[in-house]
Design a protein around this ligand. Structure first.
Ligand SMILES: Cc1cc2nc3c(=O)[nH]c(=O)nc-3n(C[C@H](O)[C@H](O)[C@H](O)COP(=O)(O)O)c2cc1C
Length: 439
């Protein structure tokens, strides 16, 4: 795998990537001696009651970095720590959202950060067993995380009495089954249990009935990697970063038509202009940003005129988009938006698990409609069909968010690039000069 470029260093607002770039940071000895590693675990196990840890996470205002942005501390609080029987922590390291590579960046730089975050979370919610569901294609991150867990086991952090505390903690790795749907939390749990990855109906939610029917905390890699900092510095200190409702920093993987693609740690509230034009260097010479996806391929697109949108979740919601997985995909003016939307719908149609009808039929229907438009056979009818299919995929009509994703691509590109769609469907021409018949 190619090395991922990104931001690291001692910038004051860098929480996750502060020590990235330190030679051999992936080794326990270096993580502990140079990056203050495992001090948070010690503080949590020795000095804090489990409820105090959850309260600090609540105070921090941290919101999940996997996609939906749910309040992390609130989610932890849903697990009944005192319920009899096993409870689990499951870590979502599936990272299969197009344009997203931030979890891989963490795992390849500082796998112990995740190990430490997992151990703290497990202790806080009353779990003794954690599972990391890691994307099947992630060979190097898998190897590095495996080594880190074994180092932590040898040191006693993972094991029957971590840091002398009579509280057994174990972490096991599970390699993903190679489909986008495996990242959806309930499909992931099915897959972890050895079944076909298809979403479950909710309720019950995983916090009540998750892995093997037991209460389960399910969090994204980056979410849990933020926890050691919160334990060390306090939730209130974290809440001071970013904006009031979207505190802290998040990793953004910027890809597409930019000069410096890579993973950047961004304090929430910065603008996308800062992220795309400054951190990632903007589009190539002579080109303009035409459109960007602010939160992975599933997030509704924004046009160049909205580059000043802020990165916090509220600003994105006001712009009718979302921060999603933190994957910022940039497309310059040499590309056709209709063609890009068609390409993405092909992805969603291919990855639809088929369990619910609107997604199974709708994504495919959209692909066929795009194909007619791109073959020069479109009309107003095709534009209307796209809008109707898009509506039928959104707002809870599907079992999981995969349906919405396809709907949002259609809806947001139609909303911001109506003229480009009309060029194709009504005038049978492409304003970026591509040959229509080659769709
Ligand atoms: C189709 C689909 C794919 C998803 N893929 C991922 C993924 O690869 N990694 C991830 O953390 N969350 C993914 N999610 C979101 C998860 O369902 C879940 O919300 C998240 O892992 C919860 O963790 P968090 O609260 O820490 O964000 C996906 C959701 C959908 C609908």
């Amino acid at each position: 795998m190619a090395e991922l470029r990104g931001s690291h260093g001692d910038q004051p607002n860098h929480i996750l990537t502060r020590w990235f770039g330190t030679p051999d940071l992936h080794k326990l000895e270096v993580y502990s001696s140079k990056a203050g590693g495992y001090t948070a675990l010690r503080k949590a196990l020795v000095d804090m009651a489990p409820a105090d840890i959850t309260n600090e996470v609540k105070t921090s205002g941290l919101r999940g970095r996997g996609g939906a942005g749910f309040a992390t501390g609130v989610k932890w609080g849903f697990i009944n720590r005192d319920a009899p029987g096993p409870k689990y922590v499951v870590i979502n390291a599936d990272e299969s959202e197009p344009g997203t590579s931030k979890d891989r960046y963490i795992l390849e730089n500082s796998p112990h950060l995740l190990v430490e975050g997992i151990l703290i979370a497990a202790y806080a919610v009353g779990a003794n067993q954690a599972w990391v569901y890691i994307r099947g294609e992630y060979d190097e991150p898998y190897r590095m995380l495996h080594e880190a867990i074994e180092e932590a086991r040898a040191k006693g952090y993972v094991g029957p009495k971590p840091l002398g505390k009579d509280y057994p903690l174990d972490i096991r790795l599970y390699r993903g089954h190679g489909a986008y749907i495996c990242g959806e939390e309930t499909a992931l749990l099915e897959s972890l249990e050895g079944k076909r990855a298809q979403p479950r109906s909710r309720p019950p939610f995983p916090a009540v009935k998750g892995a093997w029917g037991r209460p389960t905390l399910l969090n994204n890699v980056e979410t849990l990697c933020t926890v050691p900092w919160i334990v060390n510095n306090g939730g209130a200190a974290y809440a001071k970063l970013g904006t009031e409702k979207s505190p802290g920093t998040r990793l953004m993987s910027v890809s597409g038509n930019v000069r410096n693609p890579g993973v950047y740690e961004v304090e929430l509230g910065q603008t996308f202009r800062h992220v795309i034009m400054e951190l990632a260097g903007g589009p190539p010479e002579g080109r303009r940003v035409k459109v960007f996806w602010p939160g992975g391929s599933s997030a509704p697109v924004l046009p160049e005129s909205m580059l000043d949108t802020h990165t916090d979740m509220e600003a994105l919601a006001a712009a009718r988009s979302m921060g999603g997985s933190g994957g910022v995909i940039v497309m310059d003016d040499s590309h056709c938006v209709v063609r890009a939307a068609h390409r993405l719908l092909k992805f969603y149609a291919h990855e639809s698990c088929g369990k619910c009808t609107p997604c199974r039929i709708g994504q495919d229907w959209a692909v066929r409609t795009y194909e007619r438009i791109l073959a020069g056979e479109g009309s107003q009818v095709e534009l209307d069909i796209l809008q109707r299919v898009s509506d039928g995929l959104q707002n809870g009509r599907c079992l999981c968010g995969l349906g919405d994703s396809g709907g949002w691509v259609i809806d947001s590109t139609l909303r911001h690039f109506r003229e480009e769609y009309e060029d194709h469907a009504l005038r049978h021409e492409c304003n970026v000069g591509k040959v229509m018949a080659s769709a």
